[in-house]
Write a protein that binds this ligand. Structure first.
Ligand SMILES: Cc1ncc(COP(=O)(O)O)c(C=O)c1O
Length: 434
């Protein structure tokens, strides 16, 4: 009965969908921001998990426990407690690997996304001969453009010449897989690196990482992925797909807090699959936490890299941001990516069905309509004053964001958003565009 379009638009229908949602209990495990000052709204509709995920309730106590340990134990906290800080980053390794479809030794939680991207390019952007260029997607997140352009200059190149930016076809908003693969093949002889986003930050398009990675590998081109908007949003199979590296942050869909510790994947063919000498000689920025933990304190001055993604670690791990990540990954383990993805597709599909009739009022959904080609985010291109519409949404208690030129991003996340949230957001938009 709920599938009849008219009936889906009622509040009761939204509530019934929530009632039937097996993951609905997870919402209670999160802290929701207060309504904006002076607003008459109830709890805001938080659709901004693509920017900053909400705080799990359990995070506060977990962080306080680490602070207490620091107060009680001082330096002894490195070893003399459960989850001692010396190997603390290893606690998140297995759940993180499961989340991105990697082997445990292929992932490490460290630094922040852009730092990890630079560390990866120090190893994997090695221009030689005619192969000097980097191919990126468009629209590409500005920080990634700065990072690749600065790496090109660092290697004596010129971004004007050596940076290839793919763009969607005229009149289209998103890239076609066939076009991306064709561009890689066409430029193969001059490419030193392909760097693409797993889910595009503006359009919400989910790229076909497997086929595109396959095309790059067949062409003998190194490929890395920025998974900022993909990790915790869409299922990933990094080991099987086989990119050389990937990086992501944990403050969006991974709900680990502002600026929290990021993630990094290095395919095992570059670590355990490489000869010992080759692995040792690989160009890499090195620091003591990349050294074998058993000899780290031998203080010989000779670097013995761990034969895993850990070799790229520079410093001792940031305990107070690993703790929120640990808590968050625990929730992902409970809900499972399979369960979350199932709900996510229904939730976003539901929001889409409520917004599609607004096309006549100047609202275009630029995110692909096929569920396989997107995560949870819907990006709305508005012909009216997009900033004013965004302000209206905010004032009505719908927390979402605005990106130039005139895109409003709504991201119903399956861990804590409800069908009723989508219904409320769509209602505000409908009224605002009336
Ligand atoms: C796609 C993408 N790449 C890179 C970044 C930069 O991340 P950070 O500031 O954590 O380095 C962001 C941040 O939002 C992003 O969305």
């Amino acid at each position: 009965m709920l599938d009849a379009p008219m009936e889906r638009t009622t509040e009761d229908a939204a509530l019934a969908l929530d009632e039937a949602d097996p993951l609905r209990g997870f919402r209670e495990r999160f802290c929701f921001p207060e309504p904006p000052q002076g607003s008459s709204t109830r709890q805001p509709v938080y659709l901004c998990g693509n920017s900053l995920g909400l705080m799990p309730r359990a995070t506060r106590d977990a962080v306080l426990a680490e602070l207490d340990d620091w107060a009680r134990l001082g330096v002894e906290g490195h070893f003399k407690k459960r989850d001692g800080w010396y190997r603390y980053h290893e606690i998140v390794r297995e759940p993180l690997a499961r989340l991105v479809g990697a082997r445990a030794h292929e992932v490490v939680a460290m630094n922040s996304l852009t730092v990890n991207l630079h560390l990866m390019m120090a190893s994997f952007y090695r221009p030689t001969g005619s192969r000097r260029r980097i191919l990126i997607d468009g629209p590409c997140f500005p920080s990634d453009v700065y990072a690749v352009a600065s790496q090109i200059r660092r290697q004596g190149g010129d971004p004007e010449r050596d940076l290839i930016r793919l763009a969607p076809r005229a009149g289209e908003h998103t890239l076609r897989t066939a076009d991306v693969c064709a561009a890689i093949e066409q430029h193969a002889g001059e490419l030193a690196l392909v760097l693409l986003a797993g889910v595009n930050y503006v359009t919400g398009q989910r790229m076909e990482i497997g086929p595109i990675t396959g095309a790059a590998r067949r062409a003998g081109v190194t490929i890395g992925w920025d998974l900022a908007h993909a990790a915790g949003n869409v299922p990933l199979s990094l080991h099987e797909w086989g990119p050389d590296f990937a990086v992501w942050c944990s403050y969006k869909y991974l709900n680990s807090g502002p600026g929290s510790v990021a993630g990094c994947f290095v395919h095992e063919r570059h670590t355990r699959g490489a000869g010992e000498h080759a692995f040792r000689q690989m160009p890499r920025c090195e620091g003591w936490w990349g050294n074998d933990p058993d000899t780290r304190f031998a203080m010989t001055g000779e670097f013995t890299p761990v034969r895993s993604a850990d070799a790229w670690q520079l410093s001792n791990p940031p305990i107070f941001s690993l703790t929120p990540l640990k808590v968050s990954l625990g929730l992902f383990e409970l809900a499972t990516m399979v369960g979350l993805r199932h709900k996510s597709q229904r939730l976003t599909g539901y929001l889409e069905s409520l917004l599609t009739p607004l096309r006549a009022r100047g609202l275009e959904i630029v995110t692909p309509s096929g569920p396989d080609h997107r995560g949870c985010q819907l990006s709305l291109l508005v012909s009216a004053d997009g900033r004013a519409l965004h302000r209206r949404l905010t004032e009505s208690g719908v927390v979402c964001d605005f990106r130039e030129p005139s895109i409003i991003r709504l991201a119903p996340t399956p861990l804590y958003n409800s069908f009723h949230d989508c219904w409320r957001a769509a209602g505000v938009l409908r009224e605002a565009l009336a």
